[in-house]
Ligand binder design. Structure first.
Ligand code: GUN
Ligand code: FE
Length: 447
């Protein structure tokens, strides 16, 4: 099988490579085995061969290939409340809106309906891999894993742990600390068993919601499970001032330090937000190769802050992108890339116009679309420690076919970077013609 088309990929932060009408060869495991470039010897012969065998997908001239996007932070159960109560503070939004909604996933039928729709919508927006928070419910969390497997999306799924007797409401809390820990171990085993027949990969994730939801005993036990099973881990860290202050008071140290001390930081750990981490905390992230899931839209509402992406990259921290549905109101990582760029500009420029320009914001904060594109692709692969996010040999064949026919560019650009930037600023699900995950067609428009 092979795909012929022009593609963009970003193997290095800030850099984008373009290849005109390349021939991407895919092996039977859905991995890119080779890429032949247009002026390379053997290209024409290979093209003729695949055409003859009817194993060739050919893009039209107004279409481009991008890597499938990687959403490194999303709450699947919150899909029904996109954009709801975003004017409230985080703790109030959790208590009055989010926890009551998440409690409904005790009903498996409801879970099935919502999760099916969500996974289809994510694929339609070009997201081929997602790192999900589910709920505290075992059955519904397994259902999410099953739906990812069936729909062809690469899912990393966490049964959420919320065992703290006072940090969670009575109606939405793990029965006991012991059961929360035992259920997590059971969940890891069950998902790993399910994953044996899933070509694109399916992974269990240890998921303490955030420090305020969990007891010390649970956090420590989950850290041990992470080591025992060499498992992915996810949580929230230093999202806003409230969370930062609550954890500082409880542990006498930052939540970064606390979570790391509980054994929850490793190369397969992803912490959402991290807006308030110090340079010392950043060193802990770097030391453990733990990634930050940057959720720029959500941060506007609940964090009231901007992640200093450029500063943290300079300190060597891995960063990827997340929608943080439903604190982020959209399933689109395109929209989050745009907000990542815009927020970084506002951080740099600041708002206090009584100050001279040089004193207003945080100088050297801005990032551009090249950087945002990296965060949504290669950055996600790094964060999850998987060979995904790039169009290159050895990487999973996760691709989106994006068309310019719906948002015509009138062919006025020849500069490739301009073509890419225009695509990234204007693409929505109407422009995404087809999506492949692990070489399998998982979405076509109007199907
Ligand atoms: N912190 C703990 N839970 C949540 C959640 O569901 N969304 C966000 N944005 N922050 C959280
Ligand atoms: Fe979140």
């Amino acid at each position: 099988q092979a795909i012929k088309g022009s593609f963009f990929t970003s193997p290095v932060y800030g850099e984008v490579n373009f290849h005109d009408n390349a021939l991407i060869e895919v092996d039977r495991h859905g991995v890119i085995s080779d890429i032949l470039f247009k002026d390379q010897s053997g290209y024409q012969e290979a093209l003729a061969h695949y055409r003859h065998q009817e194993q060739l997908v050919e893009l039209s001239p107004d279409q481009y290939l991008l890597p499938g996007f990687i959403d490194t932070h999303i709450h699947a159960p919150q899909w029904p409340q996109l954009g709801v109560a975003l004017d409230r503070p985080l703790n109030e939004w959790l208590e009055q809106h989010t926890f009551p909604l998440e409690a409904k996933y005790a009903n498996l039928e409801f879970a099935h309906t919502v999760y099916t729709d969500l996974v289809e919508q994510l694929l339609a927006h070009g997201t081929t891999t997602a790192l999900y928070f589910a709920t505290i419910h075992m059955e519904a969390s397994l259902e999410l894993a099953k739906i990812c497997a069936e729909k062809g999306q690469r899912g990393l799924v966490g049964k959420v742990v919320m065992d703290h007797p006072t940090g969670n409401p009575d109606y939405y809390r793990d029965e006991s600390t012991e059961k929360a820990i035992a259920d997590t171990e059971d969940f890891i085993k069950k998902v790993r068993q399910m994953a044996e027949t899933v070509p694109q990969g399916l992974y269990p994730v240890i998921t303490p919601r955030f420090a305020p939801s969990c007891t010390d005993q649970a956090l420590a036990a989950l850290g041990q499970l992470a080591t025992k099973y060499q498992c992915h881990v996810q949580s929230h860290c230093s999202e806003g001032q409230w969370e930062h202050d609550v954890t500082a008071e409880r542990f006498g140290k930052t939540d970064t330090q606390a979570l790391a001390d509980f054994g929850l930081f490793g190369p397969k750990s992803v912490m959402a937000h991290c807006n308030f981490i110090s340079d010392e905390d950043a060193k802990i992230f770097r030391k453990h190769q733990t990634a930050v899931a940057h959720c720029p839209i959500s941060n506007v509402y609940f964090a009231n802050s901007v992640l200093p992406v450029r500063h943290l990259k300079d300190l060597g921290v891995e960063i990827a992108l997340g929608t943080d549905i439903s604190a982020g109101y959209t399933p689109s990582l395109y929209e989050n890339m745009r907000q990542a760029v815009m927020s970084s500009r506002q951080l740099e420029e600041g708002v206090d116009t009584s100050l001279p320009a040089s004193k207003r914001g945080v100088v050297h904060s801005r990032i551009g679309m090249n950087e945002a594109f990296y965060l949504a692709t290669t950055g996600g692969g790094e964060a999850l420690d998987l060979a995904i996010g790039q169009i290159a040999p050895g990487y999973a064949c996760d691709l989106q076919v994006v068309s310019t026919s719906h948002n015509k560019d009138f062919a006025v650009f020849s500069d490739e970077e301009h073509i890419l930037h225009r695509l990234l600023y204007s693409t929505n699900s109407d422009n995404i013609e087809a999506v492949y995950c692990q070489g399998r067609l998982v979405h076509t428009k109007n199907n």
